[in-house]
Design a protein around this ligand. Structure first.
Ligand code: DC
Length: 222
């Protein structure tokens, strides 16, 4: 079974996907982490992420593995664990270039299909183009979002928990820019498919989001 969860940045889709996978005994696959790993690898190799050809040829040589550990999903690029770096600001800044690169997308989409098909009894795959490109025949699809102001506020609280005080307007601006870039990407753009179940997490707790998704999946199975 493939559950496709697409949605906007900071909408709570990663947490939801992880929890749903745990509850249903499925493999959790965070595809954003794969794009981030390519960006991190480029930065470490001194490759400018805007250089489409260089990035494409580097991505061709790269083996990306996702490994589930106690503290969450880790990503390895040619065997090297780049997870911590993938969560940092340099990668956050560079990753959109990588996600816009059509050759990188072709490579990662093929890898994501392989991972999803190999997962028994199935996977919860999270990203932007899972229902539209990676698994158009997914058993069930969700589109998760929340109002930009709510997402910015949540992000700020997370930053504060990690000892960083970032102005909310700045976070909101960055979220709106990333939304635009996600929606306007030439391949794999974020779209709300008519068959995807929409979920606005604005007024919901994390547990409520998870429960709603699980209820929909159980109803679709029966
Ligand atoms: O979900 P995230 O913020 O970790 O994603 C990182 C970047 O990768 C972001 O620019 C969106 C992009 N992405 C994508 O284009 N397609 C996916 N399936 C997943 C992520």
């Amino acid at each position: 079974m493939i559950i496709a969860i697409d949605g906007t940045v900071s909408s709570g889709k990663s947490t939801a996907a992880k929890n749903v996978a745990r509850e249903l005994g499925l493999l959790y696959i965070n595809t954003g982490l794969m794009y981030r790993a390519v960006a991190a690898y480029c930065l470490n190799s001194g490759v400018d992420t805007a250089d489409k050809e260089k990035v494409a040829s580097l991505a061709k040589e790269l083996t990306i593995d996702l490994v589930n550990k106690e503290d969450g999903q880790h990503v390895l690029a040619n065997g090297e664990d780049l997870t911590a770096q993938c969560k940092g600001p340099a990668v956050a800044k560079a990753v959109s270039d990588v996600a816009d690169n059509v050759e990188v997308r072709k490579r990662l989409v093929a890898e994501q299909r392989r991972l999803g098909l190999a997962a028994k009894p199935g996977a919860v795959m999270e990203g932007r183009d899972i229902g539209s490109v990676v698994f158009p025949d997914a058993d069930i699809k969700f589109f998760i979002t929340a109002p930009p102001e709510v997402r910015a506020h949540r992000r700020c609280l997370e930053f504060r928990e990690n000892g960083k005080d970032v102005p909310e307007e700045e976070v909101l601006r960055s979220i709106l820019e990333r939304d635009k870039r996600d929606r306007e990407r030439p391949m794999g753009a974020l779209i709300q498919l008519p068959e995807a179940i929409p979920l606005d997490t604005g007024d919901l707790t994390r547990e409520e989001v998870t429960q709603k998704i699980v209820e929909h999946v159980n109803a679709a199975r029966s």
